[in-house]
Write a protein that binds this ligand. Sequence first.
Ligand code: PMP
Length: 363
Amino acid sequence: MNRAYNFCAGPAMLPREVMERAQAEFLCYGSSQASVMELSHRSDTFMGIAQGAEANLRQLLKVPDDYAVLFCHGGGRSQFSAVPLNLAPSVAKAHFVNTGSWSRAAMSEAGKFVSTHQIAELDTRDPSRWAWQFASVEEAPAYLHYCSNETIDGVQLSALPTGMAVSEGCPVVADMSSDILSQPIDWDTHQLVYAGAQKNIGPAGLAIVIVKRDLLGRHGRPIPAIMDYRAMDAQGSMVNTPPTYAWYLAGLVFEWVVCQGGVDEMARRANQRSEYLYQAIDNNDFYYNPVPKPFRSKMNIPFTLAQPSLDAAFLQEAEAQGLMALAGHRSVGGMRASLYNAMPMSGVETLVDFMGEFARRRG
Ligand code: PMP
């Protein structure tokens, strides 16, 4: 069976070894005489799977012991509301950094539960030099939120912008849905990290939340039990029936990352893949990426063709060569190549060869 190189932004390609292992274990997991999907979440077998996954994730990301690791329902977007509900009373203010579509979506949803204030925005009007615009800040917020990697816009922040006022002791929250496990996380500067699973972790629907425990319980208002981080932590992420099969697959992916050499190795590969593709785009007038170098994402690389009328032919011919899901997000058009952890270098090389050949023939 021929599997394509899948450049989808999510649900994204998973490592072949993981898929083969899941296939081999599908009908009967170990000596359990049942599929993981059919096991009680409270059974010893599933508890072993769940705890093994958490232990590997903690090891990979060097998560400190005073942080909880939660396996939640509802994907990345569920956390847009769970974060303000858990971290802030309704009268509180939360600060937001705006780097693109997902930052704005998170801020808009949080606005239903707290008062939101945009304190930094990327001004993209000058295409050669994007600049930060900072708003004035009058009072200390309950937390500061940013998105480390804008999946649609192809913008990644290696750190919070210098020059931005972050109040002393203000918890920093990061949406790492599309770059978690592709680089180490600094826990001195992050108190809550969350991620939808369907890019670097596993199947869609699952979300991982890693949160410093001493932030919990400050909200002073009723919140739904399955979104309550403190209750989830106390009950091992089993306030209700968790997404067991997604949890199991995430565990297989974590094991795979460990076997490949861990997060540092994932970071090395992400550099190698993205540099190779950016170089091909920058060296060919037929292709264009609008993001200035300091902000370029190593995970999601949007690009346009010199002649947009050729978009459909590009996508069709790419697919015929086993290069799948290269269309840009429906809100921006153009192309986008997502290069998550499971994308082998051979996939990027095949894409670059195809792009060169297409430009020669059609450009
Ligand atoms: N944040 C980011 C950065 C994303 O890329 C996405 C999904 N592409 C989401 C949040 C929302 O995730 P979900 O669709 O799982 O709710």
